[in-house]
Design a protein around this ligand. Structure first.
Ligand SMILES: *Cc1c(COP(=O)(O)O)cnc(C)c1O
Length: 401
């Protein structure tokens, strides 16, 4: 943990920014690169390639062109007049649900696939929980003519069978992970193991702001586009900043993208919403897992606990290092919501606005609904990270058993 940077004690929360991590990948005391020697080298190569690519106008132009022509950016900002009136506040949605493949995941995947191609790699490896990141990665692999292997906990392959078939349609190989609890945490371990065994031709396309440096920083950078758009759209619509920016938090990539667009405005409250059964910041302690130091839910023996959430996409027992840092510094707040509140919010947005949200995104809506009294008269922007098509049958089983 050499080179660890400690937060100066006199720094006020509102002066905290989302700048680059330290040279060895720390945000305050969180982050780093806790992996074996072969992966240290692989991560260093990615870091070098990413720094060069991000400084290269042609790379950025190609990234923006694909996000525009292929993924459908910019995503709109939608004002929810009906639900806003019900709640007594002004509610704006950043519509990442309208992106190709149905969520914000594509922003990161297009960036990493372009980087992998630039590095001469011909194969993408990914982990997935609900399947959204696997589908996005399989999509980019198809577009770029690359091979693709997706690791998915066996439990999740059964819960999300349709997404498994979708990835296979796109040409990917889906490998069910039988170790541990057979969910996302185990899929990350297997994907890392697979990557070590074929470093020559493969890139590990990590799906959130987690893992060893440079992934948390690189993934946030690829997601910053949604926050930058949201900032400009708020300026256009409101002529000023919103009071609150809200996003759900699994690993934390959609929240990091949104927060990056507003963090320089100290008057904007940044709120991350965690599932009560996977509240890494609310219930976790700093630990080193999956190559990074960050908040993780653990038992007394230091074993990482299983996250339990209605949404497979938030079923991760940890949270990325930059969120761990923002939480400690007091710049962002993180609150839990229960599965019941989420199912209510899922139905509420569908009925009042004609928008069926992903269960993940319904967490952010649920927090706004729950805190409407406190937020009365304020302008709240919610990142609608994904669309709910994938969750409709799950909710039907809950409501019409
Ligand atoms: C994957 C996913 C999430 C959770 O991931 P983050 O990295 O926390 O953004 C949230 N919403 C949707 C729709 C997802 O697919």
């Amino acid at each position: 943990m050499s080179g660890q940077v400690t937060e100066p004690a006199d720094q006020s929360p509102t002066s905290v920014s989302m700048s680059d991590p330290s040279a060895d990948g720390f945000f305050g005391q969180y982050g780093g690169r806790y992996v074996g020697e072969p992966l240290v080298r692989a991560c260093q190569e990615i870091e070098t390639a990413f720094r060069e690519a991000w400084d290269d106008d042609d790379f950025r132009a190609e990234y923006l062109r694909l996000l525009t022509d292929y993924a459908g950016r910019p995503s709109p900002l939608t004002e929810c007049a009906n639900l806003g009136q019900d709640l007594g506040l002004r509610l704006l949605l950043k519509r990442e649900d309208l992106n190709h493949t149905g969520s914000h995941k594509i922003n990161n995947v297009i960036g990493q696939a372009l980087l992998a191609r630039r590095m001469g790699k011909t194969h993408l490896i990914a982990e997935t929980g609900a399947g959204q990141h696997g589908v996005a990665t399989a999509t980019a692999a198809a577009l770029f003519g690359m091979g693709c292997t997706v690791y998915m906990g066996e439990v999740d392959t059964k819960r999300q069978a349709l997404n498994v078939f979708r990835m296979e349609l796109l040409g990917a190989t889906v490998i069910p992970v039988l170790s541990g609890s057979r969910t996302l945490k185990d899929a990350v371990n297997e994907a890392m193991r697979a990557w070590v065994s074929r470093l020559e031709d493969s890139h590990y396309c990590l799906g959130s702001v987690m893992g060893p440096h440079p992934f948390p920083w690189m993934v946030r950078t690829f997601q910053e586009i949604l926050g930058a758009e949201a900032n400009a759209q708020c300026q256009m619509l409101l002529g000023e900043m919103p009071n609150v920016a809200v996003a759900c938090v699994g690993g934390g990539s959609n929240a990091a993208g949104l927060f990056a667009g507003f963090v320089e405005h100290p008057e904007v409250r940044l709120v991350g919403v965690e599932p009560a059964g996977g509240a890494a910041i609310g219930r976790g302690v700093p630990a080193v897992v999956h190559g990074m130091k960050a908040y993780f839910m653990q038992d007394e023996a230091g074993q990482v606990l299983e996250a339990e959430s209605i949404s497979a996409g938030l079923d991760y027992p940890g949270v990325g290092p930059e969120h761990s840092y923002l939480a400690d510094a007091g710049r962002a707040e993180y609150h839990p919501v229960t599965d019941e509140m989420v199912v209510d919010a899922f139905q509420l947005l569908s009925r009042r606005e004609g928008i069926i949200p992903a269960l993940e995104s319904a967490h952010a809506i649920a927090w706004v609904v729950e805190n409407a009294d406190e937020l009365a008269g304020q302008t709240v922007i919610v990142n609608l990270s994904g669309r709910g098509d994938k969750d409709v049958s799950q909710v039907q089983e809950l409501l019409q058993p």
